[in-house]
Design a protein around this ligand. Sequence first.
Ligand code: PMP
Length: 427
Amino acid sequence: LDALDARKRSLIERRAALGGGYRLFYRDPIEVVRGVGTHVFDEQGTDYLDAYNNVVSVGHCHPHVVEAVSRQAGMLNTHTRYLHETILDYSEALLAKLPAEIDRITYQCTGSEANDLAIRIARNYTGAEGIIVTSEAYHGNTDLVSGFSPSIGMGQELSPACRLLPTPDTHIHGDIAVGDFIVEQLKACIADLRANGIGFAGLLVDSIFSSDGICPGKAGWLKKVADTVHEEGGLVIADEVQPGFCRTGDAFWGFARHGFVPDIVTMGKPMANGIACSATAVRHEILDAFTANIPYFNTFAGNPVAMAAAKATLEVMDGEDLIGNARRIGSMFVSQLEGLAVGHPSIADVRGAGLYIGVEFDDPATGDPMGAETLALIEQMRQRRVLTSNCGAYGNILKIRTPLVFSAADVDRYMTALEDSLTALHI
Ligand code: PMP
């Protein structure tokens, strides 16, 4: 703290008012005041390349979204108890992107709320309690959902109705075997639930396994897992908070990469370019069974400003072919990272789908995960004004999750900073 300038020191001290839950990135934190496209700027006007933001999915302050939000904010913002056209226009456009079976959509404000509702809906429909997730999953912060978010760790207890699948790590299990392995583990989890008198309600799954360490695997492998869930009488809840909205470059949705149809789809982060907006899309018979008995209202959800932001964001995704950009720039990024790995034996694996990429660092001699070194690498990248992060059970996966408008020049800048950082750290 001593080395920081007086302004930064004062801002950090004033943050005490926010309580201990608020954690800053970086030993030398950054005060950000402005953003454009893939860049944010600090108070001195210094630019940083943002390779870690999937919320501003179409880029910081995209003019089309800014204009739509400003226009709507100056016109009306209220709840959903009145007729309003924008929510209907947007819902029709978004449902058209989903499989025909998923024909209802209900709005929330956060991914946590969407998953909370999804679990309640799945439990209501199946009459069962048990929910299976992966061992490092994060699905949100409500009382219900945090019980199914093992990555929170520390003092967070898991629900007695939670069972954990291992991370589907293709680096360990191989591309071919990972599907069969997870099916086998899923069956064991379901059997264990039942042995404890707990019925199986469903699988809650982020198909890019973001907090597990980014394990997209080959497109298609997850289908047999989804089929097994259905054979066992459960529902598949696809948590699209991370893989949805063009991210993987293969399809609009993460689950669509794998060629199965979920029963419930939850979404959030990238949906409205930073305006609070999330949703739960559901097959009508499943939602009807819930709403017949339980009213659901969410004060801020689906309000005209949020819907204007979401609609404008979707228009940019389509208009600028951001699935195509994620695919093209993502594959270019992966091949450059693979090239870099040739000269750096500590890079044990490069994997990703579209603009969601993980780079695994393991000790070349022992195979041990290099969590501390990966953290040091992120600090080095920050010194070179590139924002990126890490994830996985050991923190040894470099996490690259850029706005969808990332360019070839941005990849070059990232790669130069990465190479220089690896050299500085001798890894
Ligand atoms: N699901 C996944 C896969 C997430 O990554 C997150 C947030 N990191 C959430 C749900 C929760 O979303 P929110 O923070 O908007 O509540």
